[in-house]
Design a protein around this ligand. Sequence first.
Ligand SMILES: [Fe+2]
Length: 303
Amino acid sequence: MQAALEARDYSQFRVVPRTPVIGGWIEGCHLSELNERGMADLRDALWTYGALFARKQNLSFDQMKQVALGFGDRLEKHTFAPTMADEGHPEVMVVRKLKTDHAKATTDLWHHDVTARKHPNIMSVLQASEVPFGADTMWASMTSAFDRLPDALKVLFSSIEMEHDSLYLAMRHDFGDEAMIEKIAANREHAVHPAVVGHHATGKPCLFVGNAYIQRIKGYEAEVSEALIKIANDMSKVPELQVRHQWEPGDVAMWDNIGTTHYGVSGDVTSGSRLLHRVAAWSESMKPTAWAGQTATPLKAAA
Ligand SMILES: [Fe+2]
Protein backbone atom coordinates (compact mmCIF):
# COMPACT_ATOMS: atom_id res chain seq x y z
CA MET A 1 0.00 0.00 0.00
CA GLN A 2 1.44 3.34 -1.01
CA ALA A 3 1.48 6.29 1.40
CA ALA A 4 -1.29 8.85 0.94
CA LEU A 5 -0.38 11.92 -1.10
CA GLU A 6 0.35 15.06 0.90
CA ALA A 7 0.65 18.76 0.10
CA ARG A 8 4.13 19.84 -0.89
CA ASP A 9 5.92 23.14 -1.39
CA TYR A 10 8.22 23.12 -4.41
CA SER A 11 10.60 25.92 -5.33
CA GLN A 12 8.16 27.82 -7.59
CA PHE A 13 4.72 26.37 -6.81
CA ARG A 14 2.78 24.36 -4.29
CA VAL A 15 0.87 21.13 -4.93
CA VAL A 16 -2.24 20.24 -2.94
CA PRO A 17 -3.53 16.67 -3.38
CA ARG A 18 -7.06 16.12 -4.69
CA THR A 19 -7.37 12.52 -3.49
CA PRO A 20 -5.12 10.26 -1.38
CA VAL A 21 -3.82 8.40 -4.46
CA ILE A 22 -3.98 10.62 -7.54
CA GLY A 23 -4.23 14.26 -8.59
CA GLY A 24 -2.88 17.54 -7.32
CA TRP A 25 -3.72 21.22 -7.71
CA ILE A 26 -0.79 23.38 -8.75
CA GLU A 27 -0.95 26.71 -6.98
CA GLY A 28 1.14 29.86 -7.16
CA CYS A 29 2.60 29.79 -10.64
CA HIS A 30 1.96 30.36 -14.31
CA LEU A 31 3.32 27.31 -16.06
CA SER A 32 5.01 29.38 -18.77
CA GLU A 33 7.21 31.11 -16.18
CA LEU A 34 8.87 28.06 -14.64
CA ASN A 35 12.64 28.07 -15.03
CA GLU A 36 14.84 24.97 -15.23
CA ARG A 37 14.53 24.33 -11.53
CA GLY A 38 10.77 24.80 -11.69
CA MET A 39 10.50 22.33 -14.59
CA ALA A 40 12.52 19.74 -12.67
CA ASP A 41 10.06 20.18 -9.80
CA LEU A 42 7.15 19.89 -12.22
CA ARG A 43 8.49 16.54 -13.42
CA ASP A 44 8.89 15.36 -9.84
CA ALA A 45 5.34 16.51 -9.06
CA LEU A 46 3.81 14.80 -12.12
CA TRP A 47 5.42 11.45 -11.33
CA THR A 48 4.32 11.83 -7.71
CA TYR A 49 0.68 12.93 -8.20
CA GLY A 50 -0.02 11.29 -11.60
CA ALA A 51 -2.20 14.17 -12.78
CA LEU A 52 -1.80 17.89 -12.10
CA PHE A 53 -4.33 20.67 -12.52
CA ALA A 54 -3.88 24.44 -12.74
CA ARG A 55 -6.57 27.09 -13.07
CA LYS A 56 -6.41 30.33 -15.11
CA GLN A 57 -3.45 29.39 -17.30
CA ASN A 58 -4.65 30.28 -20.83
CA LEU A 59 -1.38 29.07 -22.32
CA SER A 60 -0.53 29.86 -25.93
CA PHE A 61 0.19 26.86 -28.17
CA ASP A 62 3.90 27.68 -27.97
CA GLN A 63 3.71 27.77 -24.17
CA MET A 64 1.96 24.39 -24.12
CA LYS A 65 4.77 22.99 -26.26
CA GLN A 66 7.38 24.53 -23.98
CA VAL A 67 5.86 22.78 -20.95
CA ALA A 68 5.61 19.42 -22.74
CA LEU A 69 9.23 19.62 -23.92
CA GLY A 70 10.25 19.70 -20.27
CA PHE A 71 9.27 16.01 -20.15
CA GLY A 72 10.34 14.54 -23.49
CA ASP A 73 12.41 15.68 -26.44
CA ARG A 74 9.75 15.00 -29.10
CA LEU A 75 6.21 16.32 -29.52
CA GLU A 76 3.42 14.09 -30.73
CA LYS A 77 1.91 14.56 -34.18
CA HIS A 78 -1.34 12.66 -34.11
CA THR A 79 -1.93 10.46 -37.14
CA PHE A 80 -5.74 10.63 -37.29
CA ALA A 81 -7.15 13.16 -34.80
CA PRO A 82 -7.65 16.80 -35.92
CA THR A 83 -4.74 19.15 -35.27
CA MET A 84 -3.92 22.84 -35.61
CA ALA A 85 -1.55 22.08 -38.53
CA ASP A 86 -3.24 24.65 -40.77
CA GLU A 87 -2.24 27.33 -38.27
CA GLY A 88 1.33 26.10 -38.06
CA HIS A 89 0.90 23.83 -35.03
CA PRO A 90 0.74 20.17 -36.16
CA GLU A 91 1.76 19.20 -32.61
CA VAL A 92 -1.45 20.62 -31.16
CA MET A 93 -4.28 18.09 -31.23
CA VAL A 94 -7.84 19.35 -31.07
CA VAL A 95 -10.67 17.78 -29.10
CA ARG A 96 -13.64 19.46 -30.75
CA LYS A 97 -17.30 18.57 -30.63
CA LEU A 98 -19.78 21.21 -31.66
CA LYS A 99 -23.11 21.52 -29.90
CA THR A 100 -24.75 20.71 -33.22
CA ASP A 101 -22.38 17.86 -33.99
CA HIS A 102 -23.94 14.42 -33.67
CA ALA A 103 -20.69 12.52 -34.14
CA LYS A 104 -20.06 9.74 -31.67
CA ALA A 105 -17.89 10.61 -28.69
CA THR A 106 -14.46 9.00 -28.87
CA THR A 107 -13.05 9.95 -25.49
CA ASP A 108 -15.36 7.92 -23.23
CA LEU A 109 -13.02 4.98 -22.83
CA TRP A 110 -10.49 4.32 -20.09
CA HIS A 111 -7.18 4.50 -21.89
CA HIS A 112 -3.56 5.54 -22.10
CA ASP A 113 -2.98 7.68 -25.21
CA VAL A 114 -1.46 6.34 -28.44
CA THR A 115 -0.22 3.04 -27.04
CA ALA A 116 -0.19 1.42 -30.49
CA ARG A 117 3.13 3.23 -30.96
CA LYS A 118 6.50 1.81 -30.07
CA HIS A 119 7.12 5.04 -28.14
CA PRO A 120 3.82 6.15 -26.59
CA ASN A 121 3.46 9.62 -25.11
CA ILE A 122 5.21 10.16 -21.80
CA MET A 123 2.82 12.90 -20.74
CA SER A 124 0.22 15.31 -22.03
CA VAL A 125 -0.74 18.95 -21.50
CA LEU A 126 -4.47 19.52 -22.07
CA GLN A 127 -6.10 22.94 -21.95
CA ALA A 128 -9.81 23.71 -22.05
CA SER A 129 -11.42 26.53 -24.02
CA GLU A 130 -15.08 25.43 -23.98
CA VAL A 131 -16.61 22.51 -22.13
CA PRO A 132 -20.28 21.41 -21.98
CA PHE A 133 -21.91 20.98 -18.57
CA GLY A 134 -20.70 17.75 -17.00
CA ALA A 135 -18.06 17.00 -19.65
CA ASP A 136 -15.45 16.28 -17.02
CA THR A 137 -12.29 14.25 -17.46
CA MET A 138 -11.35 11.45 -15.10
CA TRP A 139 -7.98 9.86 -14.40
CA ALA A 140 -7.10 6.61 -12.62
CA SER A 141 -3.79 5.68 -11.01
CA MET A 142 -2.39 2.55 -12.62
CA THR A 143 0.40 2.31 -10.08
CA SER A 144 -2.27 2.05 -7.39
CA ALA A 145 -4.26 -0.30 -9.64
CA PHE A 146 -1.30 -2.67 -9.77
CA ASP A 147 -0.83 -2.29 -6.02
CA ARG A 148 -4.46 -3.31 -5.47
CA LEU A 149 -4.24 -6.55 -7.46
CA PRO A 150 -3.96 -9.83 -5.55
CA ASP A 151 -0.42 -11.24 -5.61
CA ALA A 152 -1.33 -14.04 -8.03
CA LEU A 153 -2.57 -11.54 -10.60
CA LYS A 154 0.47 -9.32 -10.07
CA VAL A 155 2.64 -12.29 -11.03
CA LEU A 156 0.42 -13.22 -13.97
CA PHE A 157 0.15 -9.74 -15.47
CA SER A 158 3.88 -9.18 -14.95
CA SER A 159 4.54 -12.14 -17.25
CA ILE A 160 2.43 -11.16 -20.27
CA GLU A 161 2.59 -8.74 -23.19
CA MET A 162 -0.27 -6.94 -24.89
CA GLU A 163 -0.78 -6.26 -28.59
CA HIS A 164 -1.94 -2.68 -29.24
CA ASP A 165 -3.41 -1.71 -32.60
CA SER A 166 -4.89 1.57 -33.83
CA LEU A 167 -7.16 -0.01 -36.46
CA TYR A 168 -8.52 -2.39 -33.85
CA LEU A 169 -9.37 0.64 -31.70
CA ALA A 170 -11.26 2.25 -34.57
CA MET A 171 -13.17 -0.86 -35.58
CA ARG A 172 -14.05 -2.02 -32.10
CA HIS A 173 -15.32 1.33 -30.89
CA ASP A 174 -16.97 2.46 -34.13
CA PHE A 175 -14.82 5.55 -34.65
CA GLY A 176 -16.07 8.07 -37.14
CA ASP A 177 -17.08 7.53 -40.74
CA GLU A 178 -15.55 5.47 -43.50
CA ALA A 179 -13.10 8.23 -44.42
CA MET A 180 -11.78 8.29 -40.84
CA ILE A 181 -11.42 4.49 -40.77
CA GLU A 182 -9.49 4.64 -44.05
CA LYS A 183 -7.22 7.35 -42.62
CA ILE A 184 -6.53 5.23 -39.54
CA ALA A 185 -5.93 2.13 -41.71
CA ALA A 186 -3.50 4.08 -43.92
CA ASN A 187 -1.49 5.11 -40.87
CA ARG A 188 -2.05 1.90 -38.92
CA GLU A 189 0.07 1.56 -35.79
CA HIS A 190 0.82 -1.66 -33.96
CA ALA A 191 3.03 -2.31 -30.95
CA VAL A 192 3.61 -4.91 -28.27
CA HIS A 193 4.07 -3.66 -24.72
CA PRO A 194 4.37 -5.40 -21.35
CA ALA A 195 1.13 -5.48 -19.34
CA VAL A 196 3.11 -4.22 -16.34
CA VAL A 197 5.61 -1.47 -17.06
CA GLY A 198 8.35 -0.28 -14.74
CA HIS A 199 7.85 3.49 -14.62
CA HIS A 200 10.74 5.26 -16.37
CA ALA A 201 11.16 7.82 -13.57
CA THR A 202 10.05 6.12 -10.37
CA GLY A 203 10.65 2.44 -11.17
CA LYS A 204 7.18 1.68 -9.77
CA PRO A 205 5.08 -0.98 -11.51
CA CYS A 206 2.20 0.41 -13.60
CA LEU A 207 -0.62 -1.69 -15.01
CA PHE A 208 -0.27 -0.64 -18.65
CA VAL A 209 -3.66 -1.82 -19.85
CA GLY A 210 -6.57 0.27 -21.12
CA ASN A 211 -9.79 -0.26 -23.03
CA ALA A 212 -8.76 1.34 -26.32
CA TYR A 213 -5.88 -0.01 -28.38
CA ILE A 214 -5.39 -3.39 -26.72
CA GLN A 215 -6.41 -6.22 -29.01
CA ARG A 216 -5.14 -9.31 -27.24
CA ILE A 217 -2.58 -10.84 -24.96
CA LYS A 218 0.26 -12.02 -27.12
CA GLY A 219 0.19 -15.79 -27.52
CA TYR A 220 -3.02 -16.37 -25.53
CA GLU A 221 -6.26 -17.89 -26.79
CA ALA A 222 -9.00 -15.34 -27.39
CA GLU A 223 -11.30 -16.39 -24.52
CA VAL A 224 -8.58 -16.28 -21.87
CA SER A 225 -7.11 -13.12 -23.35
CA GLU A 226 -10.44 -11.26 -23.30
CA ALA A 227 -11.25 -12.34 -19.74
CA LEU A 228 -7.88 -11.21 -18.39
CA ILE A 229 -7.95 -7.92 -20.31
CA LYS A 230 -11.36 -7.18 -18.80
CA ILE A 231 -9.98 -7.68 -15.27
CA ALA A 232 -7.14 -5.25 -16.00
CA ASN A 233 -9.39 -2.72 -17.76
CA ASP A 234 -11.86 -2.73 -14.90
CA MET A 235 -9.19 -1.57 -12.45
CA SER A 236 -9.50 1.94 -13.96
CA LYS A 237 -13.14 1.95 -12.83
CA VAL A 238 -12.36 1.63 -9.11
CA PRO A 239 -13.49 4.96 -7.56
CA GLU A 240 -10.74 4.93 -4.93
CA LEU A 241 -8.14 5.09 -7.71
CA GLN A 242 -9.69 8.05 -9.54
CA VAL A 243 -9.72 11.82 -9.67
CA ARG A 244 -12.35 13.79 -11.61
CA HIS A 245 -11.78 17.26 -13.00
CA GLN A 246 -14.62 19.70 -13.68
CA TRP A 247 -13.19 22.05 -16.29
CA GLU A 248 -13.21 25.81 -16.36
CA PRO A 249 -11.99 27.66 -19.49
CA GLY A 250 -8.25 28.29 -19.19
CA ASP A 251 -7.62 25.21 -17.02
CA VAL A 252 -4.61 23.03 -17.77
CA ALA A 253 -4.39 19.36 -16.88
CA MET A 254 -1.17 17.37 -17.22
CA TRP A 255 -0.91 13.63 -16.79
CA ASP A 256 1.58 10.83 -16.65
CA ASN A 257 0.58 8.74 -19.68
CA ILE A 258 2.34 5.62 -18.37
CA GLY A 259 1.16 5.68 -14.75
CA THR A 260 -2.45 6.76 -15.34
CA THR A 261 -5.44 6.12 -17.59
CA HIS A 262 -8.09 8.71 -18.40
CA TYR A 263 -11.70 8.95 -19.56
CA GLY A 264 -13.51 11.90 -21.16
CA VAL A 265 -17.06 12.07 -19.80
CA SER A 266 -19.57 13.10 -22.49
CA GLY A 267 -21.69 15.38 -20.24
CA ASP A 268 -24.69 17.32 -21.54
CA VAL A 269 -23.70 17.67 -25.18
CA THR A 270 -26.70 19.94 -25.83
CA SER A 271 -25.43 22.58 -23.36
CA GLY A 272 -22.45 23.76 -25.38
CA SER A 273 -19.52 22.85 -27.59
CA ARG A 274 -16.41 21.05 -26.45
CA LEU A 275 -13.05 22.54 -27.40
CA LEU A 276 -9.78 21.50 -25.82
CA HIS A 277 -6.21 21.41 -27.12
CA ARG A 278 -3.56 18.86 -26.28
CA VAL A 279 0.20 18.73 -26.66
CA ALA A 280 2.03 15.54 -25.72
CA ALA A 281 5.69 14.64 -25.31
CA TRP A 282 7.52 11.43 -26.07
CA SER A 283 11.09 10.33 -26.50
CA GLU A 284 12.88 7.65 -28.47
CA SER A 285 14.84 6.92 -25.32
CA MET A 286 11.66 6.02 -23.43
CA LYS A 287 10.01 2.80 -24.55
CA PRO A 288 7.77 1.03 -22.02
CA THR A 289 9.77 -1.81 -20.51
CA ALA A 290 8.67 -4.69 -18.35
CA TRP A 291 8.69 -4.23 -14.60
CA ALA A 292 11.29 -6.56 -13.24
CA GLY A 293 10.17 -6.43 -9.64
CA GLN A 294 12.75 -3.80 -8.83
CA THR A 295 12.27 -1.49 -5.88
CA ALA A 296 11.38 2.09 -6.67
CA THR A 297 14.18 4.55 -7.31
CA PRO A 298 13.68 7.36 -4.82
CA LEU A 299 12.86 10.66 -6.48
CA LYS A 300 15.27 13.48 -5.86
CA ALA A 301 13.94 15.66 -3.10
CA ALA A 302 13.14 19.22 -4.13
CA ALA A 303 14.80 21.43 -1.57
FE1 LIG B 1 -6.93 10.36 -24.39
